[in-house]
Design a binder for this molecule. Structure first.
Ligand code: AVJ
Length: 352
């Protein structure tokens, strides 16, 4: 266990669990203090929404309703990434654990931690780490964290679980530095939401935080047939459309805005030049939206596209390029026969 002095946290100091069940309370979520200022919704609106080309950062998708809609998307027949990644984690879990031999698992953006169970099952096997194993789920949503932790504690009674609450856009340098080998996990293909520059900045910061014996397990979606990609972001049940429109409800709350979701359409197209899905909200008619913070009026023209998300797709080669540009070396990659999705296990490149 790291000592209290290793933590660079505000909020509750995690207590040591006792594995003998003698009744010491489980640690509650620990808040990770951002290392740099996180733009407020008003900052983001002023910089990205009130000026063309307009966009809304995808992090605003994930309020309680948006997170529930995302979970529903992952069960839709068209949205293959979650099923593909879960199957890969199940099939490759033992090999990943053999290569990484972690004492700690830190999951960035852990959400419901549902796919992670495949890894925790493999970690449960004997012989990997020597010290007590700790799972550190990190997420912006405190409610998602506490629900996930409660369920995992029932299923893995021998595992220490210390939820971390925070926003990774505030940087990774204030994470507690654990004693022992760390497996950092970043699943879902979420790296695809970052622009190339943002992805390199984020992964470089992670590589600098990691020790040379640590590993990174990262999921990425693959370049494939345009029709398959576009169907995954235009499911027939309309869940992705509802998920996209929900971001306007979040803005109504966060900015005191009066977006009428009925006057916007969902659009998701694959850009073959940039190898990315682009998701937009398109106003059906000219309209004026008013915002309270910042106090402003937003004049939208019918058909004007507001970008809400990019979801980049990679080839094995382009992904290795991203890893190497960020200070990582690929150890091994895992993919299904159809090549729809991949997991990469990487190590920080030593700086000698
Ligand atoms: C959670 C970011 C991986 O990009 O595919 C799903 C989000 N957006 N459907 C993705 C999403 C629309 C998803 N990630």
């Amino acid at each position: 266990m790291p000592t209290g002095g290793c933590y660079n946290l505000t909020g509750v100091t995690p207590r040591q669990h006792n594995k003998d069940g003698s009744g010491e309370p489980e640690p509650t979520a620990v808040r990770v203090r951002p290392a740099r200022a996180i733009p407020t919704p008003a900052d983001d609106a002023a910089r990205l929404l009130l000026q063309a080309p307009r966009s809304i950062p995808p992090k605003y998708f994930y309020d309680a309703r948006g997170s529930a809609l995302f979970d529903a998307i992952t069960d839709s027949p068209e949205y293959y990434p979650t099923r593909a990644e879960r199957a890969l984690l199940k099939a490759s879990g033992p090999r990943i654990m053999e290569l990484a031999r972690p004492d700690h698992m830190l999951e960035l953006g852990s959400g419901s931690s549902s796919k992670t169970r495949e890894l925790l099952d493999a970690w449960d096997g004997p012989g990997y780490g020597e010290s007590p194993r700790t799972y550190w789920p990190f997420d912006v949503s405190e409610s998602a964290l506490s629900e996930a932790a409660a369920a995992l504690r029932l299923r893995y009674p021998g595992l220490q679980i210390t939820p971390l609450v925070g926003d990774y856009s505030g940087g990774l340098t204030n994470f507690p530095r654990m004693t022992g080998r760390v497996l950092a996990v970043f699943l879902g293909g979420t790296i695809g939401n970052f622009t190339p520059e943002e992805a390199v900045a984020f992964l470089s910061e992670l590589a600098r935080w990691m020790d040379e014996d640590d590993s990174l397990l990262i999921g990425f979606d693959r370049v494939k047939d345009k029709a398959v990609l576009e169907a995954a972001y235009n499911d027939a049940a309309g869940l992705t459309a509802e998920f996209n429109l929900n971001i306007l409800r979040v803005l109504n709350r966060e900015l005191g805005a009066d977006f009428d979701t009925a006057r916007f359409s969902h659009m998701a197209v694959y850009n073959t030049e940039a190898d990315q899905i682009e998701m937009y909200l398109v106003p059906d008619s000219d309209q004026v939206v008013s915002l309270q913070t910042p106090q402003a009026t937003l004049e939208l023209v019918a058909g004007e596209k507001i970008l809400t998300e990019i979801s980049r797709k990679f080839t094995p080669e382009s992904f290795v390029g991203l890893l190497e540009a960020s200070g990582f070396a690929l150890v091994e990659s895992f993919e299904p026969e159809d090549g729809y999705f991949s997991l990469a296990l990487a190590r920080p490149r030593s700086m000698v």
